[in-house]
Design a protein around this ligand. Structure first.
Ligand code: PLP
Length: 394
């Protein structure tokens, strides 16, 4: 883009930022489905490899379609640089591992997406990286676990599936005070409803599989940070371990970004109404929704988020009731995905969080009767009617 895009509002950014048209002037972004690039001369190849001439070398390093996606995400997030990855987990693994070495220590909030928790708890120690899990809501716990070798903090907010929130600015201040970096997994908030970099975080990661694609088509991820960290810490790790996104999937995600604000706005408005309906229902014992005043951390939410959430966590009496409702729902589908156009229901204890010990699940507030609901794009009244009839059957 030849002019300043910084004043654009998100909806404009998500349609236009990072545009890189070929000489054919195509309307929709081109899919550069190529593994490599050719050079006019041997001198040009030499200059590209030396970094003296800009241009593409190999799609494991960079690709024009991925480049548009990365630039568009940077413009939305307010980040200097980004790298697109093949999945959300590729983004998390690269963002965490690229700068760490044996002997370093990591502190993470324990309410994490299952695979993220596995990296912290199981993988890192195998390579001599120490890690401690804390209750992310407890600022003193973060402070008390800091060691002289603590290099990195990691958290997710709101968390999966219980929608707890962590005070990102407070954890960022602690990280800065000891020279550590804070990596935030911002999937549940979406890039529209929370800006971790503005709150002081150093690195933001997304599973683009969720709201960014938002239509269940492909996996993807993205890592965003400042130019210095990307170039000095991430770049070599990224180039030589190859978590790169397919250009086809980058194109799919670009199409997703165009409609992201419309979808997230509608899904959040719908979720707020459904959360109220569930909270008033006699068979629902508890509703956790970041847009409701009765969320236990409503004050932090008001400070760091600009919207509620497209997700709702709620509790029924027991596993039989939870399974009963999931099975009786007609429009709402049973799936572990989230952020989709289709409304989805998940029973975390037996699926996404089944690998945790019962104690770890209890610590995280995941009970046998807990259900996670991801609001889709169906008509809100139809969704409420679906819950109404399903709840009447248990
Ligand atoms: C889905 C998810 C991931 C992993 O993303 P994939 O694209 O499935 O690899 C990581 N963190 C959170 C919070 C997620 O919801």
């Amino acid at each position: 883009m030849s002019f300043d895009t910084r004043n654009w509002k998100p909806a404009t950014t998500l349609v236009h930022a990072g545009a890189l048209r070929s000489n054919f002037g195509e309307m929709s972004e081109a899919i550069h489905l190529t593994q490599g690039f050719v050079y006019d001369t041997a001198e040009q190849a030499e200059a590209r490899f030396k970094g003296e001439e800009p241009g593409f070398i190999y799609s494991r390093y960079a690709n024009p379609t991925n480049d548009i996606f990365e630039k568009r995400m940077c413009a939305l997030e307010g980040a200097e640089e980004a790298r697109a990855t093949a999945s959300g987990m590729a983004a998390v693994a690269a963002a965490l591992l690229c700068s760490l070495k044996a002997g370093d220590h990591v502190v993470a909030a324990r309410a994490l997406f299952g695979s993220c928790r596995w990296i912290i708890e199981t993988l890192m120690p195998r390579y001599g990286i120490e890690s401690t899990l804390v209750d992310g809501r407890d600022l003193q716990a973060w402070e008390q676990t800091v060691r002289p070798n603590t290099k990195l903090f990691f958290l997710e907010s709101p968390t999966n599936p219980t929608l707890e929130v962590v005070d990102i600015a407070a954890v960022a201040r602690l990280a800065n005070s000891i020279g550590a970096r804070l990596v935030v997994d911002n999937v549940f908030a979406t890039p529209l409803q929370q800006k971790p970099l503005e709150l002081g975080a150093h690195v933001v990661v997304y599973s683009a599989t969720k709201h960014i694609d938002g239509q269940g088509r492909c996996l993807g991820g993205v890592i965003l940070s400042d130019k210095e960290w990307i170039e000095e810490k991430l770049q070599d790790y990224f180039r030589h371990t190859g978590p790169s996104l397919s250009p086809f999937n980058a194109w799919t995600l670009l199409k997703g970004l165009e409609t992201l604000p419309l979808r997230v706005r509608q899904q959040t408005a719908s979720a707020a109404k459904i959360a109220d309906f569930l909270a008033d229902h006699p068979k629902v014992s508890k509703v956790i929704y970041p847009g409701r005043k009765d969320h236990p951390q409503a004050d932090i939410i008001a400070r760091q988020m600009t919207g509620g959430s497209t997700l709702i966590c709620f509790e029924l009496k027991d596993k039989a009731a939870a399974f009963g409702v999931a099975n009786a729902l007609d429009i709402v589908l049973i799936s572990n995905n989230l952020g989709d156009a289709k409304s989805l229901i998940t029973h975390p204890a037996t699926t996404t969080h089944k690998n945790l010990t019962p104690e770890a699940r209890a610590e995280g507030g995941i009970r046998e009767g807990t259900l996670r609901f991801s609001t889709g794009l169906e008509d809100t009244d139809d969704l409420i009617a679906d819950f109404d009839q399903a709840l009447s059957k248990i």
